[in-house]
Design a protein around this ligand. Structure first.
Ligand code: NDP
Length: 363
């Protein structure tokens, strides 16, 4: 079957707070955006419970409800939604080409989406240790006591002893939050110093339900599909000794990885893989491609900052489209500056009448 062909002025990849805010702005600017939703529509907030720090909700709001509202607001102004799995993106030529294979691990292209501008809002995902027992059930104990989201799963650990792995702000925040439910939280860290901010450290150290296990790695998560997690094999990284440590839950909190694999060797990224954007805009190194939200933010990573950058990306995309040359009936193009580009794109006639070459070094 031939793949469906879709062509839009603005395509937004991702439907978390950044992507949906970009959609609201783009739709209200009459750019008829298309939002491509992946396997987790609504992004990370759909797996949280109460959101207390998103402005405008004095009593707080449930994460999934907040995302439903944003989606409804984007749809109200004409945003279209497309569910799929993007296998390949070609950013070398505009319109950019996006290949949708429908679902992960599929190979046949179901839709080819052409985008005059692309807003990348594909977010970030929790990092994993890559150890036995960690994979989602039935391959491991994921969902049976192994988690990377305390706010999603903390409730299931009432009165239980659990481990949190990591030494950054996320680990300490998760550990502190989990003491609401767990009888004891062991924070297992591979060094003897925390990376977390002082305020988080003080809070965690003052909590007598939290105990630190230093210089220790987790080698394996133990348990069965029937029992769930029953323990973890810990390794003292100084002596090399291992031991079985009984616990009923393991929370992995070792940071996040931006979802940018699709853009490797095409867009500038930092050493971790976060997309680089220009100062004071959401522009990437390719004109017409913008990035917003957690995919380009390793520092703030808040729903409200993601939404803010989504708004900026949509305004940037609108200005980019407005700045493009307009094609005339005789196929010459006129730029905002009043230059005329010949139909073969080889010459530019300046407003002064001077004729210059439009052929750059790379063609
Ligand atoms: P970080 O990268 O800051 O910390 C990751 C932690 O996990 C580090 O302690 C690291 O150890 C450890 N780690 C990484 N990989 C492994 C591994 N393979 N095995 C064992 N341990 C590992 O990530 P965070 O998610 O904690 O924070 C990211 C950013 O988000 C930071 O800027 C942080 O300040 C911010 N943040 C802010 C919050 C807030 O203000 N409320 C809450 C959460 C995050 P090591 O130290 O040895 O490298």
């Amino acid at each position: 079957m031939q793949p469906a062909e879709i062509h839009r002025e603005v395509v937004i990849l991702g439907s978390g707070p950044a992507g949906l805010t970009a959609a609201i702005y783009a739709a209200r600017a009459d750019m008829k955006p298309l939002v491509i939703e992946g396997p987790q529509p609504g992004g990370q907030l759909t797996i949280t419970t109460e959101v207390e720090n998103y402005p405008g909700f004095a009593k707080g709001i449930q994460g999934p409800e907040l995302m439903d509202e944003m989606r409804g607001q984007a749809a109200r102004f004409g945003t279209e939604f497309h569910t799929g799995w993007i296998s390949h993106v070609d950013l070398q030529h505009r319109p950019f080409t996006i290949h949708d294979v429908g679902e992960k691990d599929e190979t046949q292209v179901k839709a080819i989406i052409k985008a005059e501008t692309l807003i990348i809002a594909s977010g970030a995902s929790a990092k994993w240790l890559g150890i036995p027992g960690e994979a989602p059930a039935p391959y491991g104990l994921g969902g049976l006591g192994v988690s990377a989201c305390a706010t999603c799963d903390g409730f299931f650990f009432k009165g239980k002893e659990i481990i949190v792995v990591g030494g950054g702000d996320t680990a300490l925040e998760e550990a502190t939050f989990l003491t609401r439910y767990a009888s004891k939280v062991y924070l297992v860290h591979r060094r003897d110093r925390l990376r977390a901010s002082q305020i988080m450290q003080q809070k965690a150290r003052a909590n007598d339900k939290i105990e630190f296990i230093w210089n220790t790695g987790v080698e394996e998560i133990l348990g069965t599909q029937e029992s769930g997690v029953t323990g973890a094999r810990l390794k003292d990284l100084q002596t090399g000794e291992t031991r079985e440590f009984p616990c009923e839950g393991v929370f992995v909190a070792i940071g996040h990885k931006p979802n940018t694999d699709l853009f490797k060797n095409q867009l500038d990224m930092d050493e971790v893989g976060y997309l680089c954007t220009a100062a004071r805009t959401m522009a990437t190194n390719i004109p017409g491609v913008f990035a917003c939200g957690d995919v380009q933010d390793s520092v703030y990573r808040q729903a409200v900052t993601a939404a803010g950058t989504g708004c900026m990306a949509a305004i940037d995309a609108e200005r980019f489209l407005d700045s493009l040359p307009v094609e005339m009936p005789d196929h010459t193009e006129v730029t905002q500056e009043g230059e005329i580009i010949t139909p073969d794109h080889k010459l530019i006639i300046e407003p002064s009448g001077e004729v210059v070459s439009n052929i750059t070094d790379n063609g």
